[in-house]
Design a protein around this ligand. Structure first.
Ligand code: DGY
Length: 337
């Protein structure tokens, strides 16, 4: 657990930036040309207290979705002016607290859209076609013969795809379903999409309850905020078809995980696939116990190309801010200027 100070860069006027996790070395080199870096080269898991200690004297931080940037941390790190995340979701950052203290926050939209949609679709298919369950069966040496009702799952092509949260990633999932698999698409979002975006996908806005009732495969890609905590609760799950599947690539806090485990165990829902968890990396035992749950460790954006692009966008934001320019993707632009 070492914090390495960039050996070659000590010009006092250069902004000091802490990179909280190990990121692509090529991006480190780009940053190094502009700011003085402190690194977490061995990708150590710092406690909150340690993070605060490491941040002392730093003007900027390049963070991931794993660090908590809250009011207490900001108060303990008064020199911190820029928090640039390589994730698109910013539920780990108290934006209001940053804004109140004049700290600029940036995120990394767009660069991970298609990659995260790929995983969302893959997980939905894995749940529907019982990929995890049947693979475990084979590995256990339990496969002795073929039979007609062997791991029968749910159709994907032609089935109704329901999307909760029709932002960039939601639309990318919808494109895969509508154009690749002939799936009628319904969605729920605060606002319906403009017709020119919805019509090519045949995507129909429905109420939240109608989404739950009509979807054969529900994919959740809503950004998390306190207002939508456990939006998919026992009541909502009770509206779903027993033959339906639920996939969550948004944030864990959107789904009541214990209610979901109950529904899966009682046959009130066919299957689920979760890439995000409310208290990750902890996963409730009730979900681990469900064979019809596909569980992955928050890998939605995890391809080398995309992780590099995410880190690069965060770095470009820091470089712009360090040079006195506006960042590319500010979350609280009202702080600028
Ligand atoms: C994000 O950027 O919010 C993703 O969840 C990280 O993969």
């Amino acid at each position: 657990m070492t914090l390495l100070r960039d050996p070659g860069a000590a010009a006092p006027q250069r902004r000091r930036v802490l990179v909280t996790r190990a990121i692509d070395p090529a991006v480190i080199e780009v940053l190094r040309a502009h700011v003085e870096l402190s690194l977490n080269s061995d990708d150590a898991d710092w406690s909150q207290l340690e993070l605060i200690e490491r941040l002392q004297g730093h003007w900027g931080a390049l963070v991931t979705v794993g660090e908590r940037i809250d009011a207490a941390l900001l108060d303990a790190c008064p020199e911190l002016r820029a928090v640039c995340s390589l994730g698109v979701g910013v539920n780990n950052i108290d934006i209001a607290a940053c804004t109140a203290r004049g700290v600029v926050v940036t995120n990394a939209p767009d660069v991970l859209t298609e990659t995260t949609a790929d995983l969302g679709f893959a997980l939905m298919m894995a749940a529907a076609r019982r990929v995890g369950e049947s693979e475990r069966f084979l590995r256990q040496g339990a496969w002795t013969r073929w039979s007609c009702d062997f791991f029968t799952g749910m159709e994907v092509h032609g089935a109704t795809l329901g999307i909760l949260g029709m932002g960039r990633i939601g639309q990318a999932v919808a494109r895969r379903g509508a154009l690749g698999f002939g799936m009628p698409v319904i969605y729920h979002n605060r606002n319906p999409l403009p017709a020119e975006m919805a019509e090519p996908l045949g995507a129909r806005w429905v109420s939240f309850d109608a989404l739950m009732q009509e979807a054969d495969h529900l994919v959740i890609v809503l950004p998390y905020s306190a207002n939508v905590h456990h939006i998919v609760d026992a009541r909502a799950l009770g509206l779903m078809k027993p033959s339906a599947t639920l996939t969550n690539v948004g944030r864990g806090g959107l789904v009541d995980e214990l209610a979901l485990a109950d529904a899966l165990g009682a046959g009130r829902l066919a299957a689920a696939a979760l890439d995000v968890f409310e208290h990750e990396p902890a996963v409730p035992q009730a979900l681990l116990d469900r064979p019809n749950a596909v569980l992955t460790p928050h890998i939605g954006s995890a391809t080398r190309t995309t992780r590099r692009a995410m880190a690069r966008l965060a770095a470009d934001n820091l470089i712009a801010l360090a040079g006195g320019s506006d960042p590319l993707t500010a979350v609280n632009p009202q702080v600028l200027g």
